[in-house]
Ligand binder design. Structure first.
Ligand SMILES: NC(=O)c1ccc[n+]([C@@H]2O[C@H](COP(=O)([O-])OP(=O)(O)OC[C@H]3O[C@@H](n4cnc5c(N)ncnc54)[C@H](OP(=O)(O)O)[C@@H]3O)[C@@H](O)[C@H]2O)c1
Length: 333
């Protein structure tokens, strides 16, 4: 059996490229008691992985050069020396970018892929969905009649965040990078309106036209100039959930953030950053609630699935040029 893995070949400076990754053959350890043999099925690519390609200290350890990239994977159990799992079970866990791997059963969670699409455990019923849930329910807390703006609105987190605000009766405006994404936000995901920041001539003005009474809530996935344009339109006592800053992840030097601070001060804005892994005690609640809303048809989701293990680096890089609608992932077989 040929086993392939993808390792970090070198640390990128600025925008990463496929040359920062290397695909190689590997061998598997024998199964010990309490371990299972896994065949990867769907592998997640996520923006946070860009930070882990650097060597700087952060909330999570860096990837090591010449070692496999690790992330969320939905996998099938091929062999088991654990009483918790049987051959054929489908599980989700943090696993290497590899076609097969051996791991401890305790690191894995069994999932139902009969009623639920397997990729959903990497998206709406996984880390990105939980992020939208925590950011919107705990920090933004939108109520009926408020105006909510979501940047990165057509991505894995953003699609869910906007719909959660709609469920709570808010008017929701999305900001995304193409007309196709903006159309889907309105036609499929219930957004009231959406702006394509790539074709907008003056984003601040366009936002002002769509939000004449000011913005009460901003769910920020991207940072940078988009955030400056949104912040200029915030109402007094607005709330910001600082979820992501993808527009800044490939910068070799940090951009200055001072332009937004005077607005935050004079409008008494509450801004809170958050890291979803610090809310693991709430994942059960988030999973139950998101599943219920999915089953009731109140939430919809989208996936961009790229076929082929060797396409992982390309899929990951595609996140930085907006190649995905909803959750980006790679189907291995
Ligand atoms: N705080 C947490 O715990 C947590 C957890 C998960 C994710 N996040 C963050 O949340 C954000 C969204 O994550 P996700 O998984 O949902 O990713 P995603 O939105 O599915 O994929 C990234 C998207 O970002 C947009 N983008 C890329 N470069 C951009 C730029 N320079 N300016 C504006 N938009 C850009 C692209 O869409 P367009 O076509 O619209 O440009 C792209 O599709 C990321 O910043 C991520 O790091 C935070």
């Amino acid at each position: 059996m040929e086993i392939l893995q993808i390792v970090l070949a070198s640390r990128p400076l600025g925008i990463p490229s496929v040359s920062n990754f290397r695909i190689e053959k590997t061998a598997l350890n024998d199964l010990n008691d309490g371990e299972v043999l896994l065949k990867s099925w769907y592998i997640s690519v996520d923006p946070y992985m860009r930070g882990r390609m650097n060597s700087v200290k952060s909330y999570a350890a860096s990837f090591e050069v010449d070692k496999p990239i690790k992330g969320a994977v939905v996998a099938r159990i091929i062999d088991s020396k654990s009483s918790s799992f049987s051959t054929g079970d489908i599980v989700v866990g943090t696993l290497p970018w590899a076609t097969y791997t051996v791991d401890k059963a305790e690191n894995l969670r069994k999932v139902d892929t009969v009623k639920v699409s397997p990729g959903y455990y990497l998206g709406i019923l996984g880390m990105p969905g939980f992020t939208a849930y925590i950011g919107m329910m705990d920090i933004c807390k939108p109520v009926k009649g408020e105006t909510v703006v979501v940047s990165g609105a057509a991505g894995a987190v953003g699609i869910v965040a906007g719909q959660l605000a709609k469920i709570h009766g808010a008017k929701v405006i999305g900001i995304a990078g193409s007309d196709e994404k903006c159309r889907s936000l309105k036609e499929q995901f219930g957004y009231d309106d959406a702006i394509n920041y790539n074709t907008s001539k003056l984003l601040r003005k366009e936002i002002a036209v769509l939000c004449p009474e000011g913005i009460d809530v901003y769910f920020d996935n991207v940072g940078g100039e988009i955030t400056e344009a949104v912040v200029a339109n915030l109402d007094f006592h607005a709330r910001i959930a600082l979820c992501g800053q993808i527009s800044q992840y490939n910068n070799s030097k940090p951009a200055l953030g001072y332009t937004i601070l005077p607005h935050l001060l004079t409008r008494s804005v509450m801004l809170q950053g958050f890291i979803v892994s610090n809310y693991s005690n709430r994942f059960g609640e988030a999973l139950t609630q998101l599943t219920q809303w999915l089953n009731e048809g109140k939430l919809k989701y989208a996936e961009t699935i790229i076929e082929g293990f060797d396409k992982l680096p390309e899929a990951f890089l595609g996140l930085f040029s907006g190649k995905n609608i909803g959750k980006m992932m790679v189907k291995v077989d």
